[in-house]
Design a protein around this ligand. Sequence first.
Ligand SMILES: Nc1nc2c(ncn2[C@@H]2O[C@H](COP(=O)(O)OP(=O)(O)OP(=O)(O)O)[C@@H](O)[C@H]2O)c(=O)[nH]1
Ligand SMILES: [Mg+2]
Length: 298
Amino acid sequence: MSETKSIFLTLSGRTNAGKSTLLNALIGEKIASVSSKPQTTRTRITGILTREGTQFVFIDTPGLHKPKNKLSDHMLKTAQDSATDSDAVLYVIDCTKKLHEQDESMLKAITDKKISCIIIINKIDLLQDKSVMMPLMLKLENTYHPYAIIPVSAEQNDGLEEILATAGELAKPSVHFFPDDKFTDQPEQVLAAEMIREKLLRLLNDEVPHGIAVTIESMKERDDKDILDISAVIYCERDSHKGIVIGKNGAMLKKIASSARYELEKFFQIQVNLKCFVKVKEDWRNKEGLIRSFGLSE
Ligand SMILES: Nc1nc2c(ncn2[C@@H]2O[C@H](COP(=O)(O)OP(=O)(O)OP(=O)(O)O)[C@@H](O)[C@H]2O)c(=O)[nH]1
Ligand SMILES: [Mg+2]
């Protein structure tokens, strides 16, 4: 039997750099929520790809940002611990943004710990003239001496093969830690809750979606029919936010539930009957007990 290999790679970088988009693109399944709003990812999300004997285990993490509450503190700690604890890091940078001081301190921490680092310059589809990346690439190369720097467009699946080939070089002989056909270790209920939260992030404006948590109260296939019944609770921080989530005559909640149902049906390949309830938990992002009960602290 030929030798198997594996590698654990943490996706690290500033919020909105495109880490979750890249995770989904690499494994070819939509398991992580993506939105144009900052701080979309709140916990560690594992995506797995097994190819020609090599198992890649990607760990998506919350993006680096300025912490504003206790939830943020947990998110940042998760991000920092994951990056400095793994075999290798895919450090994702948005090529349309200036290098941030948080990029610099994270890259330094990774380098100091001698963790193999592949820097991913993302969103190159937004550059008319690709040569404008050169000064940034040169600076990164000379300062951090990464294993490689790879320009990609996660959204357009451009550069993914190069990432896999390069990461594959760093894989070590090992057993596979997950079954070869598995692509995530996220429980189905967590995946479903995240799909609903993503729609809230996309459809609501300003501060409202950041103060939202979604839990699945029940998720069960009917015995007599091919229907999956899902009951979800959307928690927000204030009564006024609850009003916004529900909308006039329930219009917003209907819109959220129907776009979530579409995605749930696509993912679980079964007809879904989704019921969403909206509740208020005042200032939950500063309450440790609630953060824990929503599964957002490690
Ligand atoms: N044009 C373009 N947009 C991209 C690309 N990759 C990601 N995006 C967009 O960038 C935004 C942020 O993407 P995410 O994948 O949620 O970013 P993230 O790094 O996971 O963000 P956090 O979870 O907040 O840390 C979304 O609107 C994506 O559609 C890309 O290659 N090109
Ligand atoms: Mg993310």
